[in-house]
Write a protein that binds this ligand. Structure first.
Ligand SMILES: C[S@@+](CC[C@H](N)C(=O)[O-])C[C@H]1O[C@@H](n2cnc3c(N)ncnc32)[C@H](O)[C@@H]1O
Length: 289
């Protein structure tokens, strides 16, 4: 009953929960990411979602903080490379358009219409946040062509872009994930880059042995956003989509590089980060630790 599709339900609750975690992470002395608007955007509702999810996945705050930090690094690196269009696919309560604003750089936030309307209401209550920093592009990835939608909002497919796809792939059907990758590779400038996270197949569909792993999967389904896509081998899929430069990292590896720590019990083994381009120079090393 709680497994309604995104089109039938309201705004994404996982987006609110993720923002709450970013807010919590930002409040730490040894912070891994820094998002001064996240806590206010998520509010008490987000904190309550997070408190419940903590029980299933105690290290989730650190994982999300790492994810935001690494993808922030991608945005900075690509801007330094000269990219002037940043697209946040499934933007949720992402605040990069404000946090990482840069002269001449245009941000596009693509999200499900219900999630986007909710975000705009939340932003309206934050006078210090300039809503005009991004173009807001409503789109259901399962029904609409995100690129057509972007072009209707003055995105230029002939100029290179960075597509940040954070915390979204596992909530989509495989066909939507593959068609999104294919569209980026074949219908945008060859120097465009997509940076995204994805989950291993076992976490999404497999027989999980540990109670907490099962709970981590079940809790998001109970929030109305069941996990739907995972893969253990994304390289061939990226190749078939048209990408020729790829960098893949595990979150255990990213965590070790950024914090100097590793703990198996953190459950980071199911999450991966991918960065891909058809032809971007210097992709392999830039922006990742
Ligand atoms: C976990 S949230 C992540 C939000 C944001 N990227 C972040 O990391 O804070 C998942 C996001 O994916 C979006 N999403 C999920 N399915 C979608 C669909 N079919 N079409 C458009 N957006 C979708 C939700 O609206 C939500 O904003």
């Amino acid at each position: 009953m709680l497994q309604a599709r995104q089109t039938e339900r309201g705004a994404s609750r996982t987006a609110v929960m993720v923002a709450a975690y970013r807010g919590r992470a930002t409040g730490r002395d040894d912070r891994v990411c820094d998002d001064p608007w996240a806590a206010a955007l998520a509010g008490e509702e987000g904190l309550a979602f997070a408190a419940k999810y903590d029980e299933a996945f105690p290290a989730v705050e650190l994982w999300l903080a790492l994810r935001t930090r690494v993808l922030d690094g991608q945005v900075r690196a690509r801007i330094a490379d000269g990219i002037r269009q940043i697209v946040l696919l499934g933007a949720g309560l992402d605040t990069r358009a404000q946090r990482l604003a840069s002269e001449g750089v245009r941000y596009f936030e693509v999200d499900h219409p219900a999630s986007q309307a909710d975000k705009l209401e939340r932003l309206a209550r934050l006078p210090s946040y300039d809503r005009a920093v991004a173009a807001y592009v409503p789109c259901d990835f399962e029904q609409d062509d995100f690129l057509d939608r972007l072009v209707a909002h003055r995105f230029d497919p002939k100029l290179p872009a960075l597509f940040v796809w954070e915390g979204v792939t596992y909530y989509l059907p495989e066909a939507s994930v593959l068609s999104t990758l294919h569209r980026i590779a074949t219908a945008t400038a060859p120097a465009s880059v997509v940076a995204f996270d994805y989950a291993r197949k076992k976490f999404v569909h497999g027989e999980l042995r540990h109670e907490k792993d099962i709970a981590a999967r079940d809790r998001v389904a109970e929030m109305g956003e069941p996990l739907r896509y995972g893969t253990d081998d994304i390289l061939p899929l990226l190749h078939d989509a048209g990408f020729r430069r790829v960098r893949l990292s595990s979150f255990d590896e990213l965590c070790l590089n950024l914090t100097g720590t590793y703990e198996r019990a953190r459950m980071f083994r199911f999450q991966q980060l991918g960065v891909a381009s058809v032809a971007a120079d210097r992709l392999a090393s830039e922006g990742l630790p």
